[in-house]
Each structure stands twice: as C-alpha cells, then as structure tokens.
Ligand binder design. Structure first.
Ligand code: DAH
Length: 341
C-alpha cells in the first residue's frame, strides 16, 4: 500500500494541466467520492493494526497535499484565463490602427504660398478680422458709393457701419504701411467674410493671402517676375502666366493673373473650360492715393500688391470641384490630403 501511496503522491506533484477543466477532472478522479483516495481509504481499513499508524500518516499527508496542489493549480489557471479574457483582450492580437490626423488642404496651400514668398524675402503680417471702414475700404481708395461697401457684401457689426468683418486681406496692407517704413515686403494670410450665398464656388467665410512690396523703383516688371516665379513654384516648372487688364480701387494699373491649366497643360479641358487658363489672383501697382493714405511718400516710393483666394488655389491644385467640401470636415475628404504635406 505504501507503494500505491507514493505513486499517487508523485502523480499529484507532477500533474501539469493545460487548463482549469483538466484540474477539475483530476480533482474528481483523486479526491472525488469514488476517487482513488477513497479506494485507498477502503484498503486502509483492511491493513494490519500495527501498520495503521504509519500508513494513516502517509494517507493524511497525501490527502492534504492533493487538496493543496489542486487548489494551487486552480488559482493559477484562473489567473491565466482572466489575463486572456475579453476585459484585457487577446494580448497577441495586432493593435487597433490609430490614424494620424492630416493638415487641412486650405492650411497646406496657405503654408505653401507663404513659404514660396518667404524664399523671396517676404515676412508674414497679420491683422484683425473685425475691422473698421478705414482699413478695409477708405484707405484703399474705395469711393463712398462703391458696391463692396454695400450691406449685401459686407457683414457689419451691431448696426455700426464703421465696424465690420474684413471682406479682404488688403486691410493688412494698410495696417502694415501705417506701421512700417519702406522697404516693405509682407505676405498676409487671413480669413475673410462676405455676405454671399453659399454655393460650390462661393462661401461667406474663406481665406486669402495678400502680398505687398513697397520700395523705391518697384516696377510692374518686378510684379510680373515675382508672380511667374510663384506660379512655377506652386504648379510646376512648365507653368506659364498671363495678365489681363482689370480694375481694383487700390491698384493702378490693375491686372488679373491666369496660370496655364495644370491639368491639361494649356490644351483645354473641362476644368479650364477649354481655355487652357485658370484665373488665380488679382494684382497691380499700389495706387499712389493708397500710399499717401498710409503716410508713404508716393513720389519717392512705388509698390505692387496682389491677393488670392486660398480655397480657389487649393481647388485648382488638388482638382476639388466643390468649395463647400473645405468646410464640412468630412474625414473621408480630409484623409486624401495626408500625403500632400
Ligand atoms: N482684395 C482683392 C479681393 O478681395 C484681391 C486683390 C486684388 C488684392 C488686387 C490685391 C490686389 O492686393 O492688388 O478680391
């Protein structure tokens, strides 16, 4: 019987289950009512009285050890199974993909425009979005009856026609010239507001970048060359520009600038409506009246200015057909610009 007790004790010590079910099975087989330990108890009853003391000890030891070991293994298995339970998740599963945010296409293009002009020595200037009539209109040579001042175009604040949301970033030109003496070379990005119906090509809030260069002997040729450089940097080396005479109150002469269509290379396609050209900005030589309004001697200094809509440039650069997409913040739209930084 000693031999049987020893063998069973060895099995108990060496038992190496894979899971908790195996431990329970083992417990029933050894400690259960019809288990092996009970068989040994029965056998114990039949042994000679002089052996009972020693065998009884061994039997007790076996019973205690088996109970202890089984409890120990149960605990261990339980701990292992909670580690891989749904609460903590399967530690070997690949992690959830954390998608990185991307820059908004309007920011991408604004940064690019600013960076191109900073390579030409321009520094960034900013101004307030809530402006007064002087900086948005009067100093920029807008006649009092100019339609841009009209309630239909401009958001006025609290019925005070002197306080308004700027309708263009040209107001930053004025603020810069009032503050600084020539030479002035600034690039002015900003948000602007116009009381317009929202459609695929217009919004009541959008972004512009304004440029201003004032110094002695600044000429129209300088303007043209700077804009050509800009267009090539933005749309590619083969880009051409053309200037069409235009009118702005604050520049004389004024022009509108087209770039050769970057989609068809100038051959004509639906985006450029068959013309081969895309309009991107307005520009001109700063009107002497504007220089004088800002305290700059127009006999000594001349300058050029230009302004463009960032959403429009971004539409041309990325082939976006509806301007409203820029404001909806649909991640499916925004994700497409992840690599455009
Ligand atoms: N401010 C004009 C606009 O909002 C854009 C513009 C045109 C700016 C010509 C200029 C310029 O500086 O010279 O439509």
């Amino acid at each position: 019987m000693t031999e049987k007790l020893e063998k069973l004790l060895k099995r108990v010590e060496e038992f190496n289950p894979l899971n908790i079910a195996e431990v329970e099975e083992f417990r029933i087989r050894i400690l259960g009512r019809k288990g092996e330990l009970n068989d040994l108890m029965e056998e114990f009853k039949t042994v000679a009285p002089e052996l009972k003391r020693e065998l009884g000890k061994q039997l007790n030891h076996l019973k205690n050890r088996a109970t202890e070991r089984i409890n120990e293994l149960k605990q261990k298995m339980q701990a292992a199974s909670t580690a891989s339970s749904p609460a903590l998740g399967d530690m070997t599963r690949p992690g959830d993909h954390e998608s990185l945010g991307s820059r908004h296409p309007v920011s991408i293009v604004r940064n690019e425009i600013v960076s191109i002009f900073s390579r030409l020595g321009y520094t960034v200037a900013e101004g307030p979005e809530i402006e007064d009539d002087w900086h948005v209109f009067s100093a920029l040579n807008f006649p009092p009856e100019h339609p841009a001042r009209d309630m239909q175009d401009t958001f006025f604040i609290e019925k005070n026609p002197d306080i308004l949301l700027r309708t263009h970033t040209s107001s930053i030109q004025v603020r810069t010239m009032e503050r600084q003496k020539p030479p002035i070379r600034v690039i002015c990005p900003g948000r602007v507001f116009r009381n317009e119906a929202i459609s695929y090509r217009a919004h009541c809030i959008f972004h512009q970048v304004e440029g201003l260069y004032v110094d002695e002997n600044v000429s129209f040729a300088d303007l043209k060359q700077s804009l050509l450089y800009f267009a090539k940097e933005l749309f590619g080396e083969n880009t051409r520009i053309r200037m069409r005479p235009s009118y702005f109150p604050f520049t004389e002469p004024s022009a509108e600038v087209d770039v050769s269509c970057n989609l068809c290379g100038g051959k004509g396609c639906p985006v450029c409506k068959g013309t081969g050209w895309l309009e991107i900005l307005g520009c001109g030589m700063v009107d002497p009246n504007v220089l004088e309004s800002c305290g700059i001697d127009s006999k000594k200094y001349s300058g050029f200015a230009f302004g463009m809509g960032v959403e429009r440039v971004a539409m041309l650069k990325f082939g976006v057909k509806d301007l409203r997409l820029y404001f909806e913040n649909d991640v499916r739209f925004l994700h497409q610009f992840e690599t455009a930084i």
